[in-house]
Ligand binder design. Structure first.
Ligand SMILES: [Zn+2]
Length: 430
């Protein structure tokens, strides 16, 4: 295995230091290190962050390999600075058995770009009616700890209660896609001024907030862990803040697109801006940024949702919901949170690595870059000139990036998984 000596990287935005990677761990970190025989990487001006961890990725395999595969999706993840991703369960077949989650986990091992942590479905076939084999998935080689019907809400309150109770036995967490289905039938865009003007059916904030409030009460009642996916409204933030204040074991994520984009982008009916939950208002974006800064929202999760061209380049109402995000997430957070002074780089390390690793119970990830820690890290160039996002250059099989054509700052320079470079000089190493 190649040894690496990273020279002069600013560790989580602090003082420059040398980092020696050997045998999969950080062998030493400090000033003027020497490591004869190691490959040297000049990291002056680069920021070293613990490898990013995504709680919410759609890798689409098995079943929708036309949109993404574990291989292409994890290559995209490494290019974005990630060393671990959670693969959502809404594949075909659904990841609702030990067999399917083990298949996804093995595909991740074979690809070798990042650690793939399969998410198990809460209900059989995402049917919302019958609990899946949660224990068997937890005991499988994939060691599933996060369960979600994402794409769909576990709308039945009794079923949600049972799921929350069940996973306590193995320290699991239920990740809820909060969307009251009756309140969002036919919904197309955030209910408000823009949707009215465009004549698109409204998607009310209350549909999200009602489920979050209900689930916080359920989690408190049975003393279980709840994770809220893709929080998108200011009201949701208020509910989560209230629940955390009462000691409820609730955590929450926000997507890069909800930190930067607003519903008025739908003005020209371009379905690249169609997503579930929908883009909201500037006031919501501001509240989400504040909540991520003050820790009410724990982490950033991409909700990377690749779709083939024909699913997105159609009329708005017929288009699929979803956006790609793995290759742009860190740059978007740089723009939305760091350039605005809301987070420093240590804060970014916390919200994009430490906290998602803790929520997802991911061993070996999210640890501070200290001697003896696993050598999972990314090197980011914050001073790289802003460049326009071009999805044609992305490793993802799909092109549905809402940031296409937008200028974003920074660049992921390198990513290391257990001391092996997966990305160097912005390119995958194989
Ligand atoms: Zn979702």
């Amino acid at each position: 295995m190649t040894e690496w000596l990273i020279k002069g990287a600013s560790v989580a935005g602090g003082e420059p230091a040398d980092i020696h990677l050997r045998d999969g761990v950080i062998a030493a970190i400090g000033q003027d290190l020497d490591a004869p025989g190691a490959s040297v990487l000049d990291a002056a001006g680069l920021i070293a962050l613990p490898g990013l961890v995504d709680l919410h990725t759609h890798l689409r395999e098995p079943g929708r390999e036309d949109a993404e595969t574990v291989e292409t999706g994890t290559r995209a993840a490494a290019l974005g600075g990630y060393t671990a991703v959670h693969a959502m369960a809404n594949t075909e077949p659904v990841a609702d058995t030990a067999g399917v989650v083990e298949q996804v986990w093995r595909l991740g091992e074979q690809a070798g770009y990042v650690d793939v942590r399969p998410v198990g479905a809460v209900t059989v076939g995402l049917n919302g009616k019958q609990l899946a084999e949660l224990g068997a998935m937890a005991d499988s080689a994939a060691r599933v700890r996060v369960f979600s019907d994402d794409g769909l809400c576990v709308a039945d309150p009794l079923l949600m209660r049972r799921a929350l109770e069940y996973v306590k036995a193995f320290d699991g967490v239920i990740a809820q896609h909060p969307q009251e289905p009756r309140l969002t039938e036919g919904a197309q865009l955030n209910e408000g001024e823009t949707a009215s003007r465009l004549g698109l059916a409204g998607w009310p904030a209350a549909a999200e907030e009602a489920i979050i409030a209900r689930d916080c009460l359920l989690a408190a009642h049975v003393d279980a862990s709840l994770h809220v996916c893709h929080v998108s409204t200011a009201g949701s933030v208020e509910i989560i803040r209230w629940a955390k204040g009462r000691g409820v074991a609730v955590t929450a994520e926000v997507t890069p697109h909800h930190l930067l984009l607003t519903d008025d982008l739908a003005e020209n009916y371009d379905p690249v801006f169609k997503v579930n939950p929908p883009l909201r208002t500037r006031a919501d974006v501001d509240a989400l940024r504040q909540a991520l800064a003050d820790g009410t929202i724990d982490c950033v999760a991409t909700d990377h949702a690749p779709h083939p061209v024909e699913a997105k380049e159609t009329e708005w109402a017929a288009a699929a919901n979803g956006m790609t995000g793995l290759e742009t997430a860190l740059r978007v957070v740089h723009k939305a949170m760091v350039e605005t002074g809301l987070l420093d780089w240590a804060g970014v390390a916390d919200r994009m690595s430490a906290r998602p690793a803790a929520i997802g119970r991911v061993p070996g990830h999210g640890q501070p870059l200290t001697k003896g820690a696993p050598a999972n890290l990314t090197l980011y160039d914050p001073a790289a000139a802003a460049t326009r996002v071009d999805p044609a250059t992305h490793a993802s099989k799909s092109r549905n990036s809402p940031f296409a054509g937008m200028a974003l700052p920074g660049r992921v320079h390198a990513t290391f998984l257990r001391g092996t470079a997966t990305v160097l000089d912005g390119k995958v190493t194989r």
